[in-house]
Design a protein around this ligand. Structure first.
Ligand code: HEM
Length: 224
């Protein structure tokens, strides 16, 4: 197993696989949270299903958290190794000439997303884990009705939190603008359809973060 991580190809493939997993998570997370704008009752029902379904809670959630932690650790390892390699090659050719700002700054957009995830876990995930697994209340109820929609709305009252989320989502877009196609390239699966893949990647990298920005601003401006 460790052999894979000893080769730069192996590390890049591992990074790409964790990126694919997180991009699929982000899509489902966006769809579920966009329900909070479209239909709060459906959002409550879907949140309760996701929050109490054993497959999601005991299989998918641990795999997701492992995927998040793995992606960040591998990201730092790759950055350190790339910097060492770059120092050697930079003298020969101006590396900046043929790379985008996004590709040269993945570690910084990644660090902003990491800071967001920490805030986000404090805001949503830790309270969820506390209510269900420490307090032992799996009912999802508060004052006789589902609690998920109201808890989400409460979080978006604070202008400072909304500003932090919106800034993080802009950096998420910058990270995905390079990360999406780069992950497919690492897997060698852009052959012959590079243009289509790049356009799809650009659309994903803009629509998903923009959608999250709209969700955050909607709840800040429309408090029920
Ligand atoms: C407006 C945007 C967002 C809203 C309203 C939102 C809402 C939530 C909620 C309610 C939970 C708790 C779910 C539960 O554990 O039952 C959660 C968890 C989580 N969120 Fe978000 N989220 C947003 C954006 C994001 C983004 C952009 C990312 C990744 C970059 C993200 C990553 C996660 C992760 C990893 C978890 C913990 C795993 C899980 O429980 O699903 N979220 N979020």
């Amino acid at each position: 197993m460790s052999g894979i991580f000893n080769s730069s190809i192996g590390r890049k493939i591992a990074m790409a696989l964790s990126a694919f997993f997180l991009m699929i998570f982000l899509l489902q997370h966006f769809v579920i949270n966009s329900l909070s704008v479209i239909n709060p009752d459906t959002f409550n029902e879907v949140s309760h299903f996701m929050g109490t379904n054993w497959l999601i809670q005991y299989i998918m959630q641990p795999v997701l958290i492992f995927g998040v932690v793995f992606h960040f650790i591998m990201g730092f390892i790759l950055e350190i190794k790339n910097r060492r390699a770059r120092q050697i090659s930079y003298a020969k050719n101006n590396g900046a000439a043929n790379s985008t700002w996004m590709s040269r700054n993945m570690i910084y957009s990644g660090m902003v997303i990491l800071a967001f995830i920490v805030l986000h876990f404090i805001d949503f995930w830790f309270p969820e884990i506390n209510t269900k697994y420490i307090q032992g209340d799996m009912s999802g109820m508060h004052n006789g009705e589902f609690r998920y929609f109201h808890e989400l709305q409460e979080k978006f009252l604070s202008p400072a939190r909304v500003a932090a989320y919106v800034i993080a989502f802009v950096f998420l877009a910058l990270h995905l603008l390079h990360g999406f196609t780069s992950a497919f390239q690492s897997m060698g699966s852009t052959a012959g359809r590079k243009k289509a893949m790049q356009n799809f990647g650009k659309a994903y990298a803009i629509i998903i973060p923009l959608g999250f920005i709209i969700i955050a601003l909607y709840h800040h401006l429309n408090h029920h």
